[in-house]
Design a binder for this molecule. Structure first.
Ligand code: PAF
Length: 281
């Protein structure tokens, strides 16, 4: 596995790979952007990228611009050596591991998240978060120029906004959504789970329980969004709820679940940690 930290060096290296004589035409590149502290969720993204592409690039970059003042940038879990091992063992070809100074200067062109979709849900309580996400993903996609880029469905709003960016800016990378990976008790994997105390972790199970409950209601043909949200909020109990929403795949509110076109999303605070999860129905 090749490790590169300089964006221009990576661009040159990838150009060389494409010019290599053993391949006819360009090699397909699968790209998995991450902020490190890799877990099975990331590994499933890498696996999918390996299945569908000839070359797999992973980036590890803890992007400061997507954290608001007072958020967890300084305490975000960092496991550089373990992450490198995971990438190597997962068959990653190139690990892009830039420093902040490789990615940003003091005076930057910045992307703005759309005024509606970028400022609801997570964007409502974290204004400017998605500006940071879109800007860094744009930079990363321009550096790697992948055929396909892989994002987890757990961060559904992020996935939606990145797909929108790629479409509206006429970029040619294909965005591939990948299913959420869960612990055996239902907890969705997240690097931020590392913050949870044993008691918090127990409380966090209410999130996946509420989503299972929603899905069970739908199976019984209870499709009314208000009814579903009420039951889910009951299950979430005294956790601080940022939102519970029933939306279509374009992130518009639905009064009733439409099978094949619905995402039910939850974000709560457990202890001091924000956790989000969702199901696609
Ligand atoms: O989901 C993440 O880990 C980050 O938001 C991403 C997409 C790598 C951008 O920093």
């Amino acid at each position: 596995m090749k490790i590169i930290s300089c964006p221009l060096e990576l661009k040159e290296y990838l150009k060389g790979e494409n010019n290599s004589t053993s391949f006819q035409g360009n090699r397909t590149i699968g790209f998995v952007p991450t902020m490190g502290a890799l877990h099975q969720g990331h590994i499933s993204l890498i696996k999918k990228a390996k299945e569908q592409n000839e070359l797999v690039v992973v980036s590890i970059f803890l992007n400061p611009t997507q954290f608001l003042k007072g958020e967890d940038l300084d305490k975000y879990p960092k496991r550089d050596e373990a992450d490198k091992q995971i990438c190597k063992l997962s068959g990653v070809d190139i690990l892009f591991f830039p420093h902040v100074a490789d990615m940003y200067t003091n005076d930057e062109v910045t992307l703005c998240a759309p005024k509606v979709r970028g400022y609801v849900l997570e964007g409502n309580s974290r204004p400017s978060h998605f500006n940071g996400v879109l800007t860094v993903v744009m930079k990363l996609l321009n550096i790697v120029t992948p055929t396909r880029a892989y994002f987890g469905k757990k961060d559904a709003q992020q996935l939606n906004l990145i797909s929108l960016m790629v479409k509206q800016l006429f970029m040619s990378t294909q965005i591939i959504p990948v299913d959420t990976v869960r612990e055996s008790d239902g907890l969705a994997l997240s690097s931020r789970n590392a913050y949870l105390s044993p008691n918090d972790r127990e409380e966090a199970l209410k999130i996946s329980s509420s989503l299972r409950q929603a899905s069970a209601m739908v199976v019984k043909n209870i499709l009314d969004s208000k009814e579903i949200i009420k039951e889910m909020r009951n299950t979430l109990g005294d956790l601080e709820v940022f939102y519970v929403e029933v939306l279509n795949r374009d992130f518009e509110q639905l009064s009733h679940v439409e099978i094949g076109n619905t995402i039910i999303l939850v974000e709560v605070r457990v202890g001091t940690t924000r956790l989000l999860d969702n199901i696609w129905l």
